[in-house]
Design a protein around this ligand. Structure first.
Ligand code: NDP
Length: 234
């Protein structure tokens, strides 16, 4: 049966790879985009996850188009990197508001229809730095660590209702988010990765497809690293 899927930030990077992967697996996939033009081939709704009204409106449009959302991937995220003494309160709260509170808004809106359906999959895109920490990313690491506590608590709330909540923790992935780093910074990170290279967005997307699938029916509250070994030991 075709499932209704929603991927936030599905217009580029990891989100777009996830949308493509799930569509290829036979799902009806809707994406949200915040800026620019959405890619072709998906039902796309404009949505800024820092706005509860936007999130609600996006769900309503997606429900009207393809039915209640059975799989939701909270992927939208930003960085505002700098060392703490230079980090403005706005840099900190904006990252928290997008990455963590945004996922709260999306998951909260998703849950009630999933309870009525008596099934669902909620997948949160965290990061390896949630557990390892990362100099210059106190805001981002806090937001991504928050997703783990949030997701595991929600997993406990929903486990008996046939709704799973899992967290994917990618390492260093080839997208616009990491392209802004200098070649020297990228080389420095690559040196720390046991596999010695960045991930392709598709390598994250395939894990999301698995977690969304029936094969992952007994996995909930898990943090799944997709990081070439970068986070081992955390
Ligand atoms: P990109 O910068 O390539 O894409 C970010 C996506 O998030 C875009 O679709 C963007 O929309 C969307 N977005 C940002 N802010 C908002 C907002 N307020 N409301 C709605 N959408 C928003 O990043 P990646 O693909 O690399 O990252 C995707 C996720 O993976 C993020 O959560 C990121 O933290 C996480 N991640 C990435 C890693 C990496 O190495 N790249 C590693 C670990 C985790 P728009 O195009 O309109 O700006």
């Amino acid at each position: 049966m075709t499932r209704s899927v929603l991927v936030t930030g599905g217009n580029r990077g990891i989100g777009l790879a996830i949308a493509r992967e799930l569509a290829a697996a036979g799902d009806a996939v809707a994406i949200t985009y915040r800026t620019g033009e959405p890619p072709e081939g998906f039902f796309a709704v404009r949505c800024d996850v820092t706005s509860t009204a936007d999130v609600d409106a996006a769900f309503e449009k997606v429900e009207a188009e393809q039915g209640p959302v059975e799989v939701v991937v909270a992927n939208a995220g930003i960085t505002r990197d700098t060392l703490l003494p230079m980090m403005s309160e706005e840099d900190f709260t904006e990252v928290l508001n997008t990455n963590l509170v945004g996922a709260y808004r999306v998951a909260k809106r998703a849950v009630r229809p999933m309870l009525r359906l008596r099934r669902g999959r909620i997948i949160l895109i965290s990061s390896v730095v949630a557990l390892s920490g990362s100099a210059g990313q106190t805001n981002y690491s806090a937001s991504k660590a928050g997703l783990i506590g949030f997701g595991r608590s929600l997993a406990r709330e929903l486990a008996s209702r046939n709704i799973t909540v899992n967290i994917v923790a990618p390492g260093f992935v080839e997208t616009d988010m990491t392209k802004v780093l200098t070649e020297a910074q990228q080389e420095q990170i690559r040196k720390q990765i046991p596999m010695g290279r960045q991930a392709k967005p598709e390598e994250v997307a395939r894990v999301v497809r698995f977690l969304a699938s029936e094969d992952a029916s007994y996995i909930t509250g898990a943090v799944i690293p997709v990081d070439g070994g970068l986070g081992m030991g955390h």
